[in-house]
Design a protein around this ligand. Structure first.
Ligand code: CA
Length: 178
């Protein structure tokens, strides 16, 4: 098995049509992604849990559990980006996908170049969101919060008046917790 590097993103392909999986795998790997495949909805859910993918390409018409069912279960515990693939060029289906919180919806036959760009855009968006959630510029310890970008510190709701030296000391302390 190939090694996964930090930069390499894993994409889970949930699709029962083997020729589509083949072409997706080929193109995604060529773009540097690691791919994991599932050929029905139940396997898709299991791999989504086990492989912790960075993005899921999810077909709608799948054996065992359809794509909407898979998405519904995934969304109960995860905000992993999901791009739905379907042969159904049907507005009601697309709306259902978005209502279930799909990030994108692509109808077959799709352009590989467009799909790759959509994947890139969705991954960039999700990377940004998780960065904000990780609050890289905010250090917290107990009820202490340090805003590194704004050079401000709070204890609970109270803003602390610190000299720059005190701020740096606190920062060092919070960065080396434990
Ligand atoms: Ca299918």
């Amino acid at each position: 098995m190939e090694q996964k590097t930090d930069a390499q993103k894993t994409i889970l392909i949930v699709e029962d049509e083997k020729n589509i999986v083949d072409i997706l795998r080929f193109n995604l790997q060529r773009e540097g992604y690691r791919t994991v495949e599932a050929y029905d909805g139940a396997d898709g859910l299991e791999k989504a849990r086990k492989e912790n993918p960075d993005l899921i390409l999810l077909d709608v018409m799948l054996p065992k559990i359809d794509g909407f069912g898979v998405l519904e279960v995934i969304r109960q515990s995860s905000l992993v980006p999901v791009i739905m693939l379907t042969a159904l060029d049907d507005e009601a289906y697309q709306i259902k996908g978005y209502d279930l919180q799909a990030d994108e919806y692509v109808t077959k036959p799709f352009s590989m170049q467009i799909l790759l760009r959509k994947i890139g855009a969705v991954l960039r968006r999700s990377g940004k969101i998780s960065k904000e959630e990780n609050t890289e510029d905010l250090l917290c310890y107990g009820n202490l919060r340090l805003d590194l970008a704004g050079y401000q510190a709070w204890e609970g709701p109270k803003k602390l008046e610190l000299t720059q030296k005190e701020f740096e000391l606190l920062r060092e302390f919070l960065e080396n917790q434990g």
